[in-house]
Design a protein around this ligand. Structure first.
Ligand code: ATP
Ligand code: MG
Length: 352
């Protein structure tokens, strides 16, 4: 029996971090046996905010890291198909065909796009960035995915995919499943600087590939309760990134509750809270470090996975485009025009 399909992925703008893990990667690992999994390396999506030659040159190395990070996190390579977006030109064709199934005001209402434009220092919205969710619909529907595990910042984009799929099916016939959205346990993980979102473009991350000493350094420079300038001052736990991370990555509930109580009372130093957090995050990352080392030792392995996965995905996408064109009647337009040209050529031939 064929399995339902899962699609998700990342932009090759850097290495994966704890936010990716809780927002999406954890669900990918959990669901990989129930679904046939496709993971996109979204380099065309990267262009919407980063498109210098240097950025593009760097994306190949970043693509390698995305795959390595995914394998380190527990994705099994024999079950997963990784593909490079820009190597599948038919995706751009699907994007073109989808563009007419959504309105500009609908896209303009999506808050995450405005945030991305602002974060990238753009004064006005680039056309490509406004169309980000349309291209994302192409990524998802090109393999006819049934489920899309993403972080909360991506939820409104997947909603556009669902609308586009419905509109396409309504206009031309049932070609696409309507994919389900799946948000991670922590919908948006706060950054180490206290900003709302840990983000690889911002640099407020703890990477899945950070070594023990780096994790320690990053945790010790983390933003906490700014009002708490001494250990005997009662502090606020709610929304405090150090405690958000404790809640997320420290499995010792009794220890976390004890630290919170003493923090509120003003009877624990930040140093102790951060020491315990360093230990918890390092323990969480330890098995990933081991798996990464094993995959890294196998030189060329990751590149081969991407090449083979891209070829396999492209075969699927070609079939989807063929079916879309046929459902839309675009194929028949082309066939009619060709037939008329042939008839004309025959007539001219007969006359001459
Ligand atoms: P960039 O800053 O370049 O946009 P990013 O860190 O936002 O990078 P993406 O590649 O855009 O990463 O996102 C990949 C996936 O990870 C998406 O599903 C996104 O929702 C999720 N994700 C990213 N950051 C977080 C976060 N801090 N918390 C939860 N999910 C996240
Ligand atoms: Mg992002």
């Amino acid at each position: 029996m064929t399995q339902p399909r899962l699609l998700t992925g990342d932009r090759p703008t850097g290495k994966l971090h704890l936010g990716h893990y809780v927002g999406s990667l954890e669900n990918r690992v959990r669901l990989q046996h129930q679904y046939e999994c496709f993971f996109i390396i979204a380099d065309l999506h990267m262009l919407t905010t980063k498109n210098s030659r240097e950025d593009i040159l760097e994306s190949a190395e970043n693509a390698r890291h995305l795959v390595l990070d995914s394998l380190a996190a527990g994705i099994e390579p024999e079950r997963a198909t990784f593909y490079l977006q820009s190597a599948i030109p038919e995706l751009s064709e699907i994007n073109t065909l989808f563009q007419n199934l959504v309105t500009v005001p609908r896209l303009e209402r999506i808050p995450s796009l405005k945030e991305m434009a602002r974060a990238a220092g753009k004064e006005e919205m680039p056309y490509g960035l406004l169309g980000y969710p349309v291209l994302q619909a192409a990524d998802i529907l090109c393999v006819r995915a049934h489920i899309v595990p993403v972080g909360k910042d991506n939820a409104s984009h997947v909603e556009v995919t669902r609308e586009i799929a419905r509109r396409f099916n309504g206009l031309y016939g049932e070609v696409f499943p309507i994919p389900e959205l799946m948000i991670g346990d922590v919908p948006t993980l706060v950054g180490t600087d206290g900003r709302a979102k840990m983000s690889k473009s911002v640099g407020n991350t703890i990477l899945l590939s950070d070594d023990e000493a780096t994790v320690r350094r990053k945790v010790f420079s983390m933003y906490t309760d700014p009002a708490r300038i001494r250990a005997d001052i009662p502090g606020t736990v709610e929304g405090n990134p150090v405690f958000v991370y404790h809640d997320t990555f420290n499995p010792d509930r009794a220890e976390v509750d004890d630290l919170k109580r003493r923090y509120r009372e003003g009877t624990v130093a930040d140093v102790e809270v951060k020491e315990r957090l360093t230990e918890a995050i390092n323990a969480f990352l330890a098995p990933m470090r081991e798996r990464r080392a094993a995959y890294e030792a196998d030189r060329g392995y990751v590149e081969t996975l991407i090449v083979e996965g891209t070829a396999r995905t492209r075969d699927e996408v070609v079939l989807t485009v063929r079916e879309m064109r046929s459902a839309m009647g675009l194929t028949s337009t082309w066939n009619r025009i060709r037939r008329r040209a042939e008839d004309r050529a025959k007539k001219i031939g007969a006359a001459g």
